[in-house]
Design a protein around this ligand. Structure first.
Ligand code: ADP
Ligand code: MG
Length: 334
């Protein structure tokens, strides 16, 4: 009997602690063409508000919904944007510049010509692509406060950055509400708030572009892990695969030798914009951009199955499955 006392005391203590720890609140949402999973350790209201936020952002940013902010701006060649649409556009234009136009928020005429918005896929004629390319130029978009002006024929598409932006806004909302631990899973965009409730890091799996498995996991706290890949959305015609990421320079689906790009960093919208852009730019340019900038790390997978990571995640990335005994190249700044 006496021996059991410390054990019972321990158990009671554990139960008391468990009582204090916030419970996991979860929600599943289908929005932005993606199955989304939210987990926050806090009040139910935090998750409910995040769901409302996602729907509100989608209603404003969707390029296809007729009454969205973006559709309205596209119809009228500009106008007054809602303040958060303007804030996202401002950040997105900075990222277009940073990537030398590999990310281009005016790529929509091309995206539409390939049928990626409607699902009515087709390979456009060269002449049409040549004409549409002349409409694509983020540098010609004028943004003055909330006032947007688009040149003739230009159409905005914030699809490459919307999920990263949404995850940043949810993170902000949860931080403000005192949430210490949460995970926002928006398909290819995963964003962690804090670590797990037990204090350990979140482990985020990165899909193997060649199978249904994961190629590895990265341990993160307060970071986004965003993957863009040619295997995510594409169509095939006459044995050729056409992916939904367009190279604004050629007007055609990106074909840079990379099959997946994962960007890890504190800012979701940066990681989202870069994952799309670096997929267009290819390995050499991606590594160059990484060397010249701070705030993110990379996991690149080439079409030949080579895996390249940057030194910042050397200690937190664990290759798995087929990749566990493969050579992983580590890029260094020096
Ligand atoms: P996903 O939305 O599938 O996670 P991305 O973040 O890579 O993938 O964004 C791809 C979307 O961005 C496309 O569906 C298209 O609407 C748009 N897009 C395609 N190519 C570009 C580009 N070069 N620059 C900006 N946006 C692009
Ligand atoms: Mg993106």
């Amino acid at each position: 009997m006496r021996r059991a006392a410390p054990a019972l005391l321990g158990l009671a203590l554990l139960l008391a602690l468990a009582g204090c720890a916030p419970r996991a609140q979860t929600a599943s949402v289908f929005a932005m063409d993606t199955v989304m999973e939210l987990t926050a350790y806090g009040d139910r209201a935090c998750v409910d508000e995040a769901v409302s936020l996602i729907h509100a952002l989608e209603a404003r940013l969707s390029v296809t919904a007729e009454d969205s902010d973006i559709a309205r701006l596209n119809r009228s060649g500009g106008g007054e944007a809602a303040s958060d649409t303007a804030a996202l556009l401002k950040r997105a234009l900075e990222l277009c510049k940073l990537t030398g136009g590999a990310l281009d928020v005016t790529v929509y005429p091309l995206v539409r010509a390939w049928g990626f918005t409607t699902g009515e896929y087709r390979v456009p004629e060269d002449a049409l692509l040549a004409e549409l390319i002349t409409k694509v130029d983020y540098a010609a978009v004028q943004l003055d406060g909330r006032t947007v002006r688009l040149p003739e024929g230009a159409l905005l598409d914030l699809g490459a950055v919307a999920k990263g932006w949404a995850a940043d806004r949810i993170t902000e909302l949860w931080r403000g509400a005192g949430v210490k631990s949460g995970l926002i899973n928006l398909g290819g965009n995963v964003q962690a708030l804090g670590g797990k409730p037990d204090g350990s890091a979140w482990r985020v799996g990165i899909r193997d572009p060649f199978s249904e498995d994961i190629l590895g996991a990265v341990s993160v706290r307060d970071a986004a892990v965003v993957t863009s890949g040619g295997y995510q959305r594409y169509f095939e015609q006459d044995g050729v695969r056409y992916c939904h990421i367009i190279d604004p320079e050629t007007g055609r689906p990106a074909d840079s030798g990379l099959t997946s790009v994962t960007v890890i960093g504190a800012e979701g919208v940066l990681c989202d914009g870069l994952s799309t852009a670096l997929y267009v730019m290819g390995r050499e340019e991606a590594v160059r951009l990484w060397r010249e900038n701070e705030g993110f790390d990379l996991v690149l997978v080439t079409e030949d199955g080579e895996v390249i990571i940057t030194e910042g995640i050397e200690g937190s990335f664990t290759p798995m499955g087929d990749y566990a005994d493969k050579e992983i190249k580590v890029m260094r700044r020096g």
